[in-house]
Design a protein around this ligand. Structure first.
Ligand SMILES: [Zn+2]
Length: 86
Protein backbone atom coordinates (compact mmCIF):
# COMPACT_ATOMS: atom_id res chain seq x y z
CA UNK A 1 0.00 0.00 0.00
CA UNK A 2 1.51 3.31 -1.03
CA UNK A 3 1.29 6.30 1.24
CA UNK A 4 -0.39 9.19 -0.44
CA UNK A 5 -0.60 12.10 1.97
CA UNK A 6 -3.16 13.90 -0.16
CA UNK A 7 -5.39 10.85 -0.37
CA UNK A 8 -5.45 10.70 3.42
CA UNK A 9 -7.29 13.99 3.59
CA UNK A 10 -9.73 12.76 0.96
CA UNK A 11 -10.32 9.69 3.11
CA UNK A 12 -10.94 11.88 6.14
CA UNK A 13 -13.58 13.74 4.16
CA UNK A 14 -15.16 10.43 3.19
CA UNK A 15 -15.36 9.43 6.84
CA UNK A 16 -16.80 12.81 7.79
CA UNK A 17 -19.54 12.63 5.22
CA UNK A 18 -20.26 8.92 5.24
CA UNK A 19 -20.56 6.03 7.62
CA UNK A 20 -17.78 3.85 8.92
CA UNK A 21 -16.13 2.22 5.95
CA UNK A 22 -13.68 -0.60 6.64
CA UNK A 23 -11.51 0.13 3.61
CA UNK A 24 -11.30 3.85 4.35
CA UNK A 25 -10.69 3.19 8.01
CA UNK A 26 -7.90 0.74 7.16
CA UNK A 27 -6.24 3.26 4.85
CA UNK A 28 -6.35 5.97 7.49
CA UNK A 29 -5.08 3.65 10.20
CA UNK A 30 -2.31 2.42 7.94
CA UNK A 31 -1.27 5.94 7.11
CA UNK A 32 -1.25 7.03 10.76
CA UNK A 33 0.89 4.00 11.60
CA UNK A 34 3.43 4.54 8.86
CA UNK A 35 3.41 8.25 8.16
CA UNK A 36 2.74 9.97 11.46
CA UNK A 37 4.80 13.06 10.53
CA UNK A 38 2.25 14.15 7.98
CA UNK A 39 -0.72 13.56 10.28
CA UNK A 40 1.14 15.42 13.01
CA UNK A 41 1.88 18.22 10.58
CA UNK A 42 -1.82 18.54 9.92
CA UNK A 43 -2.40 18.46 13.67
CA UNK A 44 -5.49 16.33 13.28
CA UNK A 45 -4.35 12.92 14.54
CA UNK A 46 -6.40 13.03 17.74
CA UNK A 47 -9.43 14.29 15.86
CA UNK A 48 -9.14 11.54 13.29
CA UNK A 49 -8.83 8.94 16.03
CA UNK A 50 -11.87 10.39 17.74
CA UNK A 51 -13.77 10.39 14.47
CA UNK A 52 -12.84 6.79 13.73
CA UNK A 53 -13.77 5.53 17.17
CA UNK A 54 -17.10 7.34 17.12
CA UNK A 55 -18.05 6.46 13.57
CA UNK A 56 -16.87 2.90 13.87
CA UNK A 57 -18.22 2.57 17.39
CA UNK A 58 -21.73 3.10 16.11
CA UNK A 59 -22.11 6.72 17.16
CA UNK A 60 -22.60 9.64 14.88
CA UNK A 61 -19.73 12.07 14.97
CA UNK A 62 -21.02 15.13 16.80
CA UNK A 63 -21.44 18.21 14.67
CA UNK A 64 -18.89 20.07 16.77
CA UNK A 65 -16.20 17.49 15.99
CA UNK A 66 -17.19 17.44 12.35
CA UNK A 67 -17.03 21.22 12.10
CA UNK A 68 -13.69 21.47 13.88
CA UNK A 69 -12.14 18.74 11.77
CA UNK A 70 -13.45 20.26 8.55
CA UNK A 71 -11.94 23.58 9.55
CA UNK A 72 -8.58 22.05 10.46
CA UNK A 73 -8.35 20.17 7.18
CA UNK A 74 -9.32 23.18 5.13
CA UNK A 75 -6.69 25.26 6.90
CA UNK A 76 -4.07 22.52 6.59
CA UNK A 77 -4.69 22.10 2.89
CA UNK A 78 -4.48 25.84 2.39
CA UNK A 79 -1.23 26.07 4.36
CA UNK A 80 0.26 23.13 2.46
CA UNK A 81 -0.72 24.70 -0.83
CA UNK A 82 0.88 28.01 0.11
CA UNK A 83 4.08 26.27 1.24
CA UNK A 84 4.44 24.20 -1.91
CA UNK A 85 3.76 27.05 -4.31
CA UNK A 86 6.38 29.33 -2.78
ZN1 LIG B 1 1.52 10.98 4.94
Amino acid sequence: MELDCTAVLADVWLMLDGECDDATRARLQHHMDHCSPCIEAYGIEEKIKSLLSRKCGGDRAPDSLRDRLSLEIRRSVTVTRVETTE
